[in-house]
Ligand binder design. Structure first.
Ligand code: FAD
Ligand code: NAP
Length: 337
């Protein structure tokens, strides 16, 4: 029996803590229930919600909001070196990482403590500390909203990029991801290429650096640097790190000798957006009920009661200022509705 709620508040369902309403709202826990809801609905506008940790609502949502609660972790293949797991889209990402660490399945430990659902992890190819979802991704199952057929997407089909995939571009809003299949290593090599991670492991004084130690180090760093959405509304990094060509980086380096740039394959350079925002003086800036976090300039925060429109306006001011000062365009990473 499907329960449709009308004019339902989305406040508990988004980590920014924005109080908007969904015209209609339901939660599904199986593929069958999802199909039943969709086939019985006249709504043209349908929004799929996971943990609500990468979106900003700027108005009430017309149509149907479906919260994905499909759970389950199945081991579908295993050999000496690796295993393949099929995970329900509604599973909590961090709980899944902890499950992998407990089973000694390596590959996702650098992605510890990222909020949200497994189903949203391919949407922006989640990444942290030198690891991206695509490094362990095999395929995903999704329901096509146009004709309610089940589709399988390989890594190639997903067109993964830096905090990007086809689901943020051409296929935006068209598919409901129901299951994600990942290949994890049984003889994992740890990746501690990020200086902060190496420093934290050293501080922890662990003998052997295994995936459990890496996961714990990532958790420690994140807890010390990032605002907990339970205490202060936010959606993580509001902007993506911009990627510029070598000529632009040379110009920026001449004008700003302290600028941070990370070379990418192909000659382009990734800039740290947080550094640009901090240099421009926005870190800790507060504007009425929202602001820029005091320890992490890339994170916009809701001090309580801010509207999505207020947060969006602040983000536009920051973008304009960075464009004027550095000639660099910041793109929002957060999905704005
Ligand atoms: P939601 O916010 O619910 O949805 C995001 C988008 O995906 C929306 O467009 C939604 O419609 C769509 N969507 C969600 N589920 C599905 C589905 N099953 N099928 C189809 N479409 C769907 N991100 C990183 O990459 N790296 C980080 O290190 C990181 N750190 C963060 C730290 C904090 C404190 C916070 C608040 C956020 C952070 N994020 C990070 C952003 C966010 O956690 C991730 O992008 C996460 O994958 C979003 O998952 P979600 O379930 O909350 O997605
Ligand atoms: P940080 O370690 O202070 O580094 C600042 C920026 O420099 C990061 O954005 C990172 O890019 C880049 N960087 C640092 N060392 C690098 C290296 N060895 N090689 C390539 N790039 C490097 O960053 P932080 O803000 O504390 O975040 C730590 C990690 O968590 C980062 O990977 C970040 O993406 C992730 N994170 C993401 C979100 C989100 O919402 N998306 C929120 C919080 C943290 P990358 O961002 O490309 O890694």
């Amino acid at each position: 029996m499907i329960r449709l709620l009308h004019d339902h508040s989305l406040l508990p369902y988004n980590t920014f803590g924005i109080d908007v309403k969904a015209e209609r709202f339901t939660e599904v826990v199986s593929e069958e229930a999802l199909k039943e809801v969709l086939s019985g609905s006249q709504d043209q506008n349908r929004l799929i919600l996971g943990g609500g940790s990468n979106l900003l609502f700027t108005r009430d949502v017309a149509g149907l909001v479906i919260r994905n609660g499909i759970t389950g972790i199945e081991l579908v293949e295993e050999d000496e070196a690796s295993c393949k797991v099929r995970v329900g889209a509604g599973e909590n990402w961090h709980q899944f990482v902890l499950y992998c660490v407990d089973q000694s399945y390596g590959g996702v430990e650098n992605l510890s403590l990222i909020p949200g659902s497994v189903g949203a992890s391919p949407i922006q190819n989640i990444g942290a500390y030198g690891t991206e979802l695509k490094d362990v991704f095999e395929e995903l199952e999704a329901l096509d909203l146009e004709d309610l057929t089940v589709r399988t997407f390989s890594a190639r089909d997903c067109e993964f990029g830096y905090r990007d995939s086809i689901f943020k571009r051409g296929a935006k809003g068209r598919f409901v991801i129901t299951r994600v299949i990942l290949r994890l290593s049984k003889n994992p090599q740890v990746n501690v290429s990020y200086g902060t991670l190496e420093q934290e492991l050293e501080r922890m004084g662990v003998g052997e650096v295994d995936i459990r130690a890496v996961s714990q180090a990532v958790i420690n760093i994140r807890r010390s640097k990032l605002p907990d959405p339970e205490e202060l509304g936010n959606a993580g990094s509001f902007f993506k790190n911009p990627v510029v060509n070598e000529a632009v980086f040379t110009r920026l380096k001449t004008e700003n000798p302290g600028i941070k740039g990370y070379p990418l394959p192909g000659g382009e350079v990734k800039l740290a957006a947080g550094w640009l925002i901090e240099q421009a003086g926005w870190k800790g800036h507060r504007e009425a009920r929202c602001g820029v976090h005091e320890r992490q300039a890339l994170v916009l925060v809701n001090y309580g009661g801010a509207s999505g429109e207020e947060v969006r306006r602040l983000s536009e001011k920051i973008r304009k200022d960075i464009r004027t000062r550095f000639g660099v365009e910041l793109e929002p990473e957060v999905n704005i509705f």
